[in-house]
Design a binder for this molecule. Structure first.
Ligand code: GLU
Length: 423
């Protein structure tokens, strides 16, 4: 039977599995299987040719037991309510595992920004913010950037939000430009956090970071910085990288500036040229014989049909949901260490948390303070996850790292719901 790739079904199945292993209370489990609040918006926007297009937007506030909902906003042509619900659930686990005072949320608009002008994107973003109204805010639900959104998108939302609430409160949204009190360090914090996890995991697996060969799928905010920081944090070399069109492999390593100029002039990094460069499809990139594989693009990339061909020792899920449950099992059987998305990419939301703290207190930090705090926090999450996995192994039950992380995250949310009297 074909693999079921509905992200929300996957998120629910993962929760069900964790609930079974940890013996979660039946009522807590029932609450956590569905989002607390779902907003579906129909958003008319005047386009450049003066006609009106109607876009569909979503915001899901999955759970706020431990704090305001928190999570990014995606602009994607294949966006769906189920994708946003899944991502909002994963944000809940991500914030809980990182032990920061937020619940989980996510937003999205079904749109293809590649086919829109800057003016149309701004109009759509502002209209979305007006539709959200006071359903977002520093103590309600705090959005951030995600796939095809960026600090400028956040600035437009903030501007609308200030006009709606009549309060100049910068903590209502994170991932802002630094001139609007976005935090120094937030821009690359998803990848930097991932690199700290990579450093710890490499130590655990006896991988020599300086000699390690790395392949990165994706050239967006996560992938591009993962490329840069693999060198800075680990001294490692990236031999393959891709974007949505395709990728490039060069055993001698790749040059970032050249990748960027190739992408700017030809539309894709796959047209990168050098003596030994070879073009690759995204699927071929995933199957390269490398030490570390970093899927940093979108969900459902490693699936039942290609998982068996994955050859890395360590797989770091820097994207959200890149490995399906069936693939997860295959990788586990093959002995590949697959570290879950909501641990590996939690540097992004941890960075957002630091931005929010600085906005609320008005006390701004140097980047070295930001990096040191991020390192400490994400390294603790990694150690907690490894310890949880080991505690089950000691009891004779082999679980993967995703389940270990789930058990920690779900346990904390369940305790908060219990204390608040939800069950
Ligand atoms: N979009 C990022 C994520 O999926 C960051 C979310 C945030 O900072 O709120 O983790």
């Amino acid at each position: 039977m074909a693999e079921e790739l509905n992200p929300f079904k996957i998120a629910q199945e993962q929760l069900d599995e964790a609930a079974g292993i940890m013996g979660l209370d039946r009522q807590a489990h029932a609450i956590l299987r569905e989002p607390k609040r779902t907003l579906i918006m129909s958003i008319p926007v005047r386009m450049d040719d003066n006609t009106t297009e109607v876009f569909t937007g979503f915001r899901v506030q999955y759970n706020d037991a431990r704090g305001p909902a928190k999570g990014g906003i995606r602009f994607h042509p294949q966006e769906s309510l189920d994708t946003v619900k899944a991502l909002a659930a994963w944000m809940t686990w991500k914030c809980s595992l990182a032990d920061i005072p937020f619940g989980g949320g996510k937003g999205g608009i079904v749109c293809d920004t590649k086919k829109m002008s800057e003016k149309e994107i701004e109009a759509l973003t502002r209209a979305y913010a007006r539709h959200l109204g006071t359903d977002i805010g520093a103590a309600v639900d705090v959005p951030a950037p995600d796939v095809y959104t960026n600090p400028q998108t956040m600035a437009w939302i903030l501007d609308e939000h200030i006009n709606i609430t009549r309060k100049v409160q910068f903590g209502s949204i994170t991932g802002k430009p630094v001139e609007l009190w976005g935090s120094e360090g937030r821009m690359d914090s998803t990848a930097r956090g991932g690199m700290f996890v990579m450093r710890e995991a490499a130590k655990m697996l006896n991988i020599d970071a300086k000699k390690a060969k790395i392949a990165v799928q994706g050239f967006g905010n996560a992938g591009k910085y993962a490329y840069e920081l693999s060198k800075e944090v680990m001294g490692a070399s990236v031999v393959a990288i891709s974007d949505s069109e395709g990728g490039v492999y060069d055993p001698d390593g790749l040059d970032l500036q050249k990748l960027e100029s190739t992408k700017a002039s030809t539309g894709s990094v796959m047209n990168y040229e050098s003596k030994n460069a070879q073009k690759l499809t995204n699927d071929q990139l995933l199957q390269l014989d490398v030490d570390i594989l970093i899927p940093a693009a979108i969900e459902n990339q490693v699936r039942q049909d290609n998982a068996d061909k994955i050859k890395c020792k360590l797989l770091l899920e820097l994207a959200n949901g890149p490995v399906t449950p069936e693939a997860n099992e295959i990788l586990f059987e093959k002995g590949i260490t697959d570290l879950p998305d909501f641990l590996v990419n939690s540097g992004g939301v941890i960075g957002s948390y630091y931005e929010w703290v600085q906005n609320i207190t008005g006390d701004y930090w140097d980047t070295d303070v930001f990096y040191a705090k991020l390192d400490k926090k994400i390294t603790r999450s990694f150690n907690d996850t490894v310890a949880m996995q080991k505690s089950y192994a000691d009891k004779g039950k082999k679980i993967n790292y995703r389940m270990a992380a789930y058990i920690i995250a779900v346990g904390r949310v369940a305790k908060a719901m219990k204390a608040r009297g939800w069950y």
